[in-house]
Design a protein around this ligand. Structure first.
Ligand code: NCD
Length: 313
């Protein structure tokens, strides 16, 4: 398996075997991710993080991951302070940043931006979310969370809840879960369904999936409930947003009919879709999930940068 120099634009860039290997490497990164062990796997390597859209976890966990590997980080998180405001194209920005760094992590409001950047850069480009497109590194940490919490992914019943139309995390996750042979349950308002291209991909792969409007219909059967925020910033019309805002609210009482081992996940940030009273239940995993971004991104960066992994494997 060769990861060195590869772009990560879509989760479909990886086979099941490759994803499994990344998750295996991530497990070995945990002590260093916690700061209990010093790893110097990427000394002198520079990560450029270009964030054209807001981010807390993705940006900070990439940064922590790179620093825990002994590398360095440059970049911006506010295009207002860059030449983008002067009209510089993404292609030109990428061509230049490529010369300043060894790996580029890009978050952009336009679907397809990461693909474009990858075409213009010889250095690896990692998609940290492109509009309503995909968010492959979130999916890697989601899969890692399911595997570490529940032991495996195959045959799991996973409900994807919320904004399935604009939510990039659930697009990548649905593709990945299909690869692993999970059973999918889509729960969304009628106006925010899984996009047709995802559905036709799942049909071609004979993935088991069904569609619901109400969380109560799936609660007793699922092993994982993956809740997402309604993606307000993607709505062309605020009235349309107001019609669906707050449609799903999960609280501790919603979970009374859940299986004992059900885990609740969320890529975060949450708005009002998970009540804080869920945090104290044995089901909540979203904060653990957010931590998992560190070892998983460490593994991915070390692999893409061609680090010698002998010290960890
Ligand atoms: C998600 C994103 O940006 O797509 N957040 C994240 O990366 N953890 C989800 C969201 O913003 O709702």
């Amino acid at each position: 398996m060769d990861f060195k120099g590869r772009d990560v634009v879509s989760i479909n860039d990886f086979t099941v075997e490759e994803i499994t290997y990344i998750l295996d490497v991530a497990e070995r990164m945990v002590p260093a991710a916690r700061g209990e062990k010093v790893l110097d796997l990427c000394p002198n390597k520079i990560l450029a993080r270009l964030f054209y859209e807001p981010s807390t976890r993705t940006m900070l966990s990439f940064e922590t991951a790179m620093k825990r590997l002994g590398g360095m980080v440059i970049g911006f998180s506010d295009v207002g302070s860059t030449s983008v405001t002067k009209g510089e194209t993404l292609a030109d920005t990428i061509k230049m940043v490529e010369a300043y760094s060894d790996v580029i992590v890009l978050r952009h409001n336009k679907e397809g931006a990461a693909q474009l950047a990858a075409e213009f850069s010889e250095k690896p480009v990692i998609n940290a979310g492109d509009g309503a497109g995909q968010h492959p590194t979130q999916t890697l940490l989601d899969l890692y969370t399911i595997r570490t919490e529940l032991g495996h992914i195959r045959d799991m019943n996973v409900a994807l809840v919320g904004d399935l139309k604009y939510g990039r995390t659930v697009h990548s996750l649905a593709y990945a879960l299909a690869k692993f042979g999970a059973n999918l349950h889509f729960v969304s308002p009628p106006s925010l369904p899984m996009p047709p291209e995802v559905i036709s991909h799942l049909e071609k792969r004979n993935t088991t999936f069904d569609i619901h409007r109400d969380i109560a219909e799936v609660i007793p059967d699922v092993d994982v409930m993956y809740v997402t925020r309604i993606q307000k910033e993607r709505f062309p019309d605020v009235e349309e947003y107001n019609r669906v805002a707050g449609v799903f609210r999960i609280d501790a009482s919603t979970l009374e009919k859940a299986k004992e081992g059900l885990i609740v996940m969320h890529p975060l940030p949450r708005v009002d879709e998970i009540h804080p009273d869920v945090d104290a239940t044995p089901h909540a995993r979203y904060f653990q999930q957010a931590f998992n971004g560190i070892p998983v991104r460490m593994a991915l960066l070390a692999l893409v940068l061609g680090a010698d992994l002998e010290a960890v494997l």
